[in-house]
Design a protein around this ligand. Structure first.
Ligand SMILES: Cc1ncc(COP(=O)(O)O)c(C=O)c1O
Length: 471
C-alpha cells in the first residue's frame, strides 16, 4: 500500500509536475495548430462504458501510468478548447499562465472565507476588484469574485432585493412585502430567472422585455413593462440589461436604460458576463457606454478575460451594497465587528464559504499582459466574428441574423434542418458549434473565442456546413 510520505513527497511532486507540464505543452501545441479533431464525439452511453471501473481499494496505476492515461485517454476524449475550430460555447481559450496560477491556487488551498485563511489571496482579490471597477468607470466601488456568472447574478439580485425592501426580507421572507418584479430582456441568461426562483419570488416575477431585431432591449417595451408592474402594485426590484446577451452577443442600450433607472430610482444590473471585457479594448470600449450608471455589474473572467473556469466578478458601485446580499451568524468565522479588518473577510459577500483563490490568475494576467495585452485578444475575436459574418453575408445560400456586436455570429444555411447540420458537424469532430432558437427559428451559433481562429478556418466552416447539409 502506498504510504502518506510518498503521497506528499516533494521530489515526486517536482518530477510529476515537470512531466505534467510537458504533457500539457504538447497538447497545447497540437490543439493550437489545429491538428486532430475538436471533439472525438462518442454518444454519452458509449463514453460512459469507457470509464466504468470498480472502486479501487488499492492503487491501480502509478503516477507515470496516470500521466500516460492523461496523455492518451483523458485529454483526447475532451473538447479541444485551444483548437482554432472550436467555435462552440462562450468558454475562454484559457491563458496557459492562468492555468498555472490555478495550480498554485489548488496547491495552496487558501480557503478565502476570512482574511486569515488567505491573507495574500484576499488582498490579490481586492486588487483585482479595484482594477475591474476602475475599468467600469467607478471609484471606490467594491465587489467580490464568485465561481461563475450565474452565482454572480444571484448575488447582485439578492443585494437589489435587500435594497428595495423596506421590511426585513432576509428574516421575514418575500411574502411579508409587496410582490417584487425584475424587468429583464427577453434574451437574459437563464440564471436571472433561476435567481428569481431561488429567491422565492417565482420565475413569473421576471418580466420579459422585448428586444429589437438586433437583439437590444426595446426602450418603449421597458417603459411599458414598468408601467404594467406599477399598475399591478408590484415593486420593481431591478432592471437587468445585457452587455453581450447569450444568444446573440447583442448589447442593450446601457446609457438609456441607466437614465430610465435613475429617473424611476430603480436598481440597474448589467449582466456583462460575456461582453464586459470590451472595456479592455480601445476599439470596442464605447459599446459599453453607460455601464457606469449601473448599480451592479457581472463580469466573467472565464469568458473574454481568457481565464480558466471558474472566475467571475460581481461589482457594486456603492461599496455598502457589496455586503447587502447575505447575512449570517457564524461566530466560528465572523466576529461581526465593523471596520477595515472585517471588510477583508470576503465570506460576508458571497454564497460560497470556502472558495478557490480565484484572483491570482486575473492578477497575473493583468500584471503580465496589461489591459492592452488582454484587449488585443478581445479585438482579435471581435474582428474574427465580423469576418465570419461578412463571409456568410456575401454567400447567397447563407442568412446572417445580424452583424455581430461582439464575437457571436448566428446564421442559417438555407431552409435545411439546422439542428441536423449541427449534430453532424459535432459528430464529425472537425468543428464545434452551438445552436439557438430566436424568434421561433433555429440558428447555428458560432462563438469566436480563440484569437488564433483565422480566415481559412471560417472558410472551412462554411464548406463544412454545406457538406453536412447535403450529406
Ligand atoms: C450573459 C451571461 N450571463 C451569465 C452567464 C452564466 O455564467 P456562468 O456560466 O459563468 O455561470 C452566462 C453564461 O454563458 C452568460 O452568457
Amino acid at each position: 500500500m502506498i504510504l502518506p510520505e510518498d503521497m506528499f513527497d516533494p521530489e515526486h511532486f517536482r518530477t510529476n509536475g515537470h512531466a505534467l507540464v510537458d504533457v500539457l505543452a504538447d497538447y497545447l501545441a497540437t490543439s493550437q495548430a489545429g491538428l486532430g479533431k475538436v471533439i472525438d464525439w462518442k454518444p454519452p452511453a458509449i463514453e460512459d462504458m469507457n470509464w466504468q471501473q470498480a472502486l479501487p481499494l488499492n492503487a491501480v496505476f502509478d503516477e507515470v501510468q496516470f500521466l500516460e492515461k492523461l496523455r492518451n485517454q483523458i485529454l483526447p476524449a475532451g473538447l479541444a478548447i485551444h483548437h482554432p475550430r472550436n467555435l462552440g460555447h462562450q468558454v475562454a481559450t484559457p491563458l496557459p499562465m492562468g492555468a498555472l496560477c490555478d495550480l498554485v491556487a489548488a496547491f495552496t488551498n487558501q480557503a478565502m472565507t476570512v482574511y486569515e485563511a488567505g491573507p495574500a489571496a484576499t488582498m490579490i482579490e481586492r486588487q483585482v476588484i479595484r482594477w475591474l471597477t476602475e475599468l467600469v468607470g467607478w471609484h471606490e466601488a467594491e465587489g467580490v469574485l464568485t465561481s461563475g456568472g450565474a452565482q454572480a447574478n444571484l448575488t447582485a439580485l439578492l443585494a437589489a432585493r435587500q435594497r428595495v425592501s423596506d421590511w426585513n426580507v432576509w428574516k421575514q421572507g418575500v411574502a411579508a412585502g409587496p410582490s417584487l418584479h425584475i424587468l429583464a430582456s427577453e434574451h437574459a441568461h437563464y440564471s436571472v430567472s433561476r435567481a428569481a426562483g431561488i429567491m422565492g419570488l417565482g420565475v413569473d416575477s421576471v418580466i420579459s422585455v422585448a428586444a429589437d431585431k438586433n437583439g437590444a432591449m426595446h426602450l418603449q417595451a421597458l417603459a411599458e413593462a414598468y408601467r404594467r408592474s406599477v399598475a399591478a402594485h408590484a415593486r420593481v426590484m431591478a432592471v437587468v440589461a445585457n452587455a453581450g446577451c447569450t444568444p446573440t452577443g447583442s448589447i442593450d442600450p446601457l446609457r438609456e436604460i441607466g437614465e430610465f433607472c435613475r429617473h424611476h430610482q430603480l436598481w440597474m444590473h448589467v449582466d456583462g458576463a460575456h461582453g464586459a471585457s470590451a472595456l479592455l479594448s480601445d476599439i470596442h470600449r464605447s459599446a459599453m457606454n453607460g455601464i457606469e450608471l449601473a448599480d451592479s455589474v457581472v463580469w466573467d473572467g472565464h469568458k473574454l478575460l481568457y481565464m480558466p473556469a471558474a472566475v467571475s466578478a460581481v461589482l457594486f458601485k456603492n461599496p455598502l451594497n457589496s455586503y447587502a446580499a447575505f447575512a449570517q451568524q457564524a461566530s466560528y468565522l465572523f466576529q461581526g465587528e465593523s471596520g477595515e479588518a472585517e471588510a477583508c473577510n470576503l465570506g460576508y459577500r458571497t454564497l460560497e464559504c470556502t472558495k478557490k483563490m480565484m484572483g491570482l490568475k486575473l492578477w497575473a494576467a493583468f500584471s503580465l499582459y496589461g489591459v492592452k495585452g488582454l484587449g488585443q485578444l478581445v479585438d482579435k475575436v471581435f474582428a474574427g466574428a465580423r469576418m465570419l459574418a461578412e463571409k456568410l453575408q456575401s454567400t447567397p445560400d447563407f442568412e446572417v441574423m445580424m452583424s455581430p456586436q461582439t464575437n457571436i455570429v448566428c446564421f442559417r444555411y438555407g431552409e435545411f434542418d439546422q439542428s441536423g447540420i449541427r449534430t453532424r458537424l459535432v459528430e464529425n469532430g472537425g468543428f464545434h458549434l452551438t445552436q439557438v432558437n430566436v424568434h421561433a427559428r433555429v440558428w447555428l451559433r458560432a462563438t469566436v473565442m480563440n484569437p488564433f481562429t483565422v480566415e481559412s478556418d471560417f472558410e472551412a466552416l462554411i464548406e463544412a456546413v454545406r457538406n453536412m447539409a447535403k450529406s
